[in-house]
Design a protein around this ligand. Sequence first.
Ligand SMILES: Nc1ncnc2c1ncn2[C@@H]1O[C@H](COP(=O)(O)OP(=O)(O)OP(=O)(O)O)[C@@H](O)[C@H]1O
Length: 605
Amino acid sequence: MSKRSHDDAAASGDPKEARREAKRLKKEKKAQKTEPSDGDVAVPAQLDAVVSEKQPTSTDEILSKDERKALRRAQKQAARAPEAREVARPATGTLGDQEAAAKAERKAVKLAEKSARKVAKPSEHGNGQTSGEITAGDKHGAGISGRENVDESAYREDTGLAALPQSDIDTFVADNHLAIEDPHKQAYRPIIDFKYLPGDATQRAPFANFSAPTPIQAACWPYLFAGRDVIGVAETGSGKTLAFGLPCVRYIASLPKSMRSGVKACMVSPTRELAMQIHEQLVKLAEPAGVKVVCVYGGMSKDEQRRTLKGAHVVVATPGRLNDFLQEGAIDLSGATYVVLDEADRMLDKGFEEEVRKIISTTAPTGRQTLMFTATWPPSVRELADTFMKGPVKVMIGENASGELRANARIVQEVEVTTQIEKQPRLIQLLKEYQSGKNKNDRILVFCLYKKEATRIEEFIRRRGFNVGGIHGDLSQQKRIESLDAFKVGKVPILMATDVAARGLDIPAVKLVINVTFPLTVEDYVHRIGRTGRAGQDGKAVTMFTDAEKHLAGGLINVLKAANQAVPEELMKFGTTVKKKGHEAYGAFYKDTADMKKATKITFD
Ligand SMILES: Nc1ncnc2c1ncn2[C@@H]1O[C@H](COP(=O)(O)OP(=O)(O)OP(=O)(O)O)[C@@H](O)[C@H]1O
């Protein structure tokens, strides 16, 4: 009997192998009925037809009409309750009885913090300028005009920044397509150079390798220093972590020692690896300032994490593990006045909303500064977001004031309309093409939709002689970390991933992203391809698209058009209407494919 694998059989066209393959698929299909996707969401049985490698020549042969209908229904359901959700969700108590006792304490802390902020005025600058007391007032134009209601006790614009000609600010605003919506019309000037940051030059050491703040950093920092709630939307890889991280560390460092004890800030992320990455970035800023940042996430020992919580000022966490610790009383967030939801649209979708509610209900009820950062901000979560925030300032970067779904314009996007059967041979072709000659060790990230599919394709790639690792929910956390580390340092240049790696991960020099199976939403597509082309680099993404995803074609076409990318004729044939998308509580949204404005590349110094 041939030892050749089913994967090879699928691609070979041998009828005997095909029969064996069909048998295997049946078995796998049965197993997948019970397989949760990378979260806790069970995968509808019909979905695995999408990822199987049968012998049909067209998608119509893969599924009957009824099955196709069921598949679409299942995909819609899955899209509404996507990913996950790493951990079981225990009920978490709110402050309850402790509330009254904690209230008085919090009030005292708030008062002290307020006065501490007053004292923490911007001081001497490296360039010899002193921080100013100038109100920018009516000097500001181009989207940052009409300033009213400025509370200078919290943040004072640097004198150098305030003295810049308005044309410099206008140019920055126009070049970066910066749009700020502020109900309080504070109209702060963006901090376009690190030298305009409050604080002395030594505090700028972590930015020594950067020439200037990115647009999202420049625009958000003044409002964050001023204590405002902020929604920050900017393309993938544009430095959002430091945009929310720096003011957090500065705020805590500004508190007098006596007021510093306890958790002052909490940052929540949808995946474990992203939580670890935020933690890593923050530690670099926080350690020199004497601020302790810890990270808690599922899949690793609770005991060890519990120990690290002692003396923590900032907790970076995934929602399930954080709620576990809240429930058992291992952590107290009642003094946390700085709360960040990273990848905010994911945190607010159905899979996480309850977890997030519980967490926020345990943070400081008054004086809380709530931040939401993301690269994709669908209308379906906007109203819900507002329920957690007070008069948030909305900062949008990239000719995108309405918050349309946008991909990073530096990524070349290629979409190939194909069939299930053609995917694997094409994948091998692509890997050979992009890892030849001097590019032999170029990093390539390959995405699938499901864990079983990822395992199978990883094996397939390995048998073809490629050095590949994997990251998905079927692997232990230790193995996930090892695979990611090996990929990051280039020891293993191909990483096979599911959507646990789609958001936020900042892996240096990923040259190519290949989507073997399209994700459940176009937002996820934007995040997946955003693993390349980071921090001003160029990147490339090749996406295989089949009839099974045709309901997402309209949304994908919009993203391609908005980034000036070619739209294949075969994709247009699936239709250009963007399907309704809605939140259970906040209703549905509908959008026709319109002639959207073209994106312009954002310059990244
Ligand atoms: N001012 C800056 N200049 C140059 N590079 C920067 C600057 N700030 C941050 N970076 C770098 O840019 C990269 C991307 O940053 P980050 O991971 O915060 O992006 P992001 O916007 O959160 O992306 P995503 O939407 O994918 O989560 C990181 O390697 C970071 O060190």
